[in-house]
Design a protein around this ligand. Structure first.
Ligand code: ADP
Length: 692
């Protein structure tokens, strides 16, 4: 994926470098101040004006005089600085003034049309005439420093040739900086081609500047958001420095945005941008490969460039441009050192070093390309700015991939943490559940224990209270016999005593059972039973016994036909309940009365109601709340012959409650009673008390 992106980017970069600009021809060169452009041009072509121009050193020759004063003219190779021009007396100095002259034979297509001329940066002021008319100016040339005004930036000019032969006269002066003359080519072509060449240069530079600014600002933004990582800060600084340099060089786009800035300050900015660029590059590389860079060497470079930046600030252009050589040498040394660091990082297999070196290699390819171009081996135009851009773009890509991998790592970590948390939560939840289950069990056991304890207490107090009466009777009878008040062995008394012991037996049995029921010491065996069938079976079991007393006994099934009323019950315990209710009804209903067993649903259809109705004496209203309490034996309606213990209903209520149901009674004195209980249709399946 990364390789594809790199390749695409290289294609884009080479596109920016090469196409869109008209073809440049430098087949013909000027010689002895005369240049003849070939006729066989293909149309869309511009020509360089490189070659030998006539040059009058330390003379401003006017266009009208130029033909008559040819004797003392030098023939100098262009483009070149004055210090490279050889004369009999050695090379020329960089400070001075002079006049260039070139006669040109134009091809037909140019002579007939409006022609354009691209004038490169010329140090440091000039006036250009074509056929004795001023065509372009930059600053004001003069014979000494005070009479000239420096300015140098490339420009284009257009003119209509009067014939196919034209005459260029160029007065130049330089007293303000190190370099003199010009070092890029002049170009001539049709106005259209020259314009499109310039447009192309401008758009290429705008593209580079905007891209670099965006990259720079983006990385500054990242730094602001995450100041602990300083790599984006230095990288952003590097992008910004290159952007400023691009603005100040080439077509000097800077002037379009900040028109009134003095020439000298623009030069200062240009030099500063170089210093800043190297400082940022050095620091950026340091953030990437801390262990591969010598901190002492790094600091030495930083000090040198800081001092240079200060020097540029406080000295005039004349001085600080002289220092250009030192700046360049220091920059080259700095770059060499950066490369050493990179190779070390590569050898030590540092992360990202390979990509970094590859990007540097690409930059090198562009540098070699430009060297070949300037030596006229190939003709591709200046591309190093593209190389720098490719390099920076690759760096920004490397940085971005570093961020992304950090992000991915943190995402993976947080995923793992989340998973671990989840597992932990699950574990905690499981443990908590288990703990609360154990707690619940403990609580239940406590409750059971407490209930058992209370049941025992109650049993003890009931026993002492309830057993008291029959025991006293038995004691009385036996004492009577012992005292001779009653005949010993009198069967009537003995039977009375015997009956009392039976009652005692029943009381203790019932009490024990109730205590067990209440304390949960009884095991229920639940099964699903159809209540219609179950109640019918009970009806037939007790039918004979009840009817024997002359009572009419019936059963009513009010369950809807489609419903069976399936309930979970312990059939034996449930029979105990029903038997108690039915036998009570039998006991309290006089002969000729009616007892009815009823089965039906409640209104919400979630419970089955089983009821026993009789038309016996009924129960006093105020006694109704006590009917199901232990040892309730009623008041007026107690059938004395069939003395009860008063525990049957309490036992029944307990059994029904253990089935998740509830008991109730409706009665009016003299109008019979209705004893009933409800059982939930869903049933109770999990009650399982252990027998003590
Ligand atoms: P016992 O074993 O003495 O019958 P129960 O707990 O079964 O005790 O009944 C308690 C009391 O409830 C009875 O003594 C009686 O006063 C009253 N009782 C129970 N069933 C009926 C009924 N069908 N009609 C009137 N009173 C009743």
């Amino acid at each position: 994926m990364k390789t594809i992106i790199y390749t695409l980017f290289l294609i884009l970069a080479s596109g920016i470098a090469g196409c869109g600009s008209p073809a440049v021809s430098n087949d013909s060169a000027a010689s002895n101040g005369v240049m003849t452009l070939p006729e066989d041009g293909q149309g869309e072509e511009v020509y360089t004006l490189d070659g030998e121009w006539e040059f009058y050193w330390q003379r401003f020759v006017s266009p009208s005089e130029v033909f008559g004063s040819g004797t003392d003219a030098l023939h100098v190779q262009t483009p070149s600085a004055w210090s490279d021009i050889q004369t009999k007396g050695g090379t020329l100095p960089d400070k001075g003034y002079g006049t260039y002259h070139l006669e040109m034979e134009l091809p037909e297509n140019l002579a007939d049309d409006t022609a354009g001329i691209y004038i490169p940066e010329i140090a440091t002021a000039y006036t250009l005439w074509v056929d004795q008319k001023v065509l372009a100016e930059n600053g004001k040339p003069g014979v000494n420093r005070s009479s000239m005004e420096p300015e140098h930036h490339p420009q284009t000019a257009y003119f209509k040739p009067e014939s196919d032969a034209i005459d260029l006269v160029l007065q130049v002066s330089e007293y303000y900086q190190r370099k003199s003359g010009w070092w890029d080519s002049f170009y001539i072509g049709s106005a259209e081609d020259i314009q499109s060449m310039r447009d192309y240069n401008i758009s290429r530079e705008v593209f580079l500047v905007v891209s670099l600014l965006v990259m720079g600002l983006y990385h500054f933004g990242i730094f602001v958001l995450r100041p602990s990582d300083r790599a984006p800060l230095f990288f952003g600084g590097l992008c910004l420095a290159v952007a400023v340099r691009t603005l100040l060089l080439g077509e000097v786009l800077f002037l379009r945005f900040f028109a009134g800035v003095p020439w000298e300050w623009m030069l200062k900015f240009e030099y500063w941008s170089s210093c800043l660029g190297i400082v940022c590059a050095m620091l950026f590389i340091y953030t990437q490969y801390k262990n591969d860079m010598n901190i002492l060497i790094r600091n030495s470079f930083l000090t040198i460039f800081s001092l240079m930046a200060l020097g540029i600030l406080v000295t005039p252009a004349l001085i600080f441009t002289e220092g250009m050589l030192y700046l360049q040498s220091a920059a080259v040394l700095g770059l060499v050192y950066i490369n050493i660091v990179l190779w070390t990082a590569l050898v030590r297999r540092r992360k990202g070093a390979l990509a970094h070196t590859a990007a540097t290699f690409i930059l090198l390819v562009f540098v070699v390309n430009d060297t070949l171009h300037y030596n006229h081996v190939i003709n591709t135009g200046e591309t190093v700015s593209i190389g720098v851009f490719v390099y920076l773009f690759a760096q920004s890509f490397i940085l971005a991939s570093r961020f992304t991998s950090a992000l991915t790592q943190s995402r993976q970590l947080s995923d793992r943490l989340e998973k671990a948390n989840q597992t932990l939560e699950d574990k905690v939840e499981r443990r908590t559940r288990k703990l609360s289950e154990t707690n619940q069990e403990l609580e239940d056991a406590n409750h059971r224990l407490e209930r058992m304890y209370r049941a025992r207490q109650e049993l003890m107090s009931n026993i002492s209270h309830e057993l008291g009466t029959p025991m006293t009777s038995i004691q009385g009878y036996i004492k009577g016999m012992l005292d001779g008040v009653v005949d010993r062995g009198d069967p009537t008394y003995l039977k009375l005593v015997y009956n009392k012991t039976l009652l005692l037996q029943k009381i203790t049995d019932d009490l024990r059972e109730l205590a067990k029921l209440e304390s949960g010491g009884i095991t229920y065996t639940f099964e699903e039973r159809n209540m219609r069938d179950y109640v019918e079976t009970i009806y037939f079991i007790y039918k004979e016994e009840i009817e024997r007393k002359g009572i009419s006994f019936t059963w009513e099934d009010h369950l809807p036909p489609e419903r069976n009323g399936v309930v979970s019950i312990d059939p034996i315990r449930m029979e105990q309940v029903l038997s108690n209710l039915l036998l009570n009804a039998r006991k309290f209903t006089p002969a000729g009365g009616t007892v009815t067993l009823v089965v039906q649903e409640n209104e919400s259809r979630d419970s089955i109601i089983i009821a026993v109705r009789d038309d016996g004496p009924g129960i006093e209203e105020e006694e109704l709340p006590n009917v199901f309490k232990r040892f309730f034996r009623g008041g007026a309606n107690v059938v004395k012959t069939e003395e009860g213990v008063g525990l049957g209903l309490a036992i029944s209520a307990e059994i029904v409650r253990s089935h998740g149901g509830e008991v109730g009674v409706e009665s009016r004195k003299g109008e019979g009673s209705l004893f009933y209980f409800l059982l939930p249709v869903s049933g109770i399946k999990s009650i399982n008390h252990t027998e003590e």
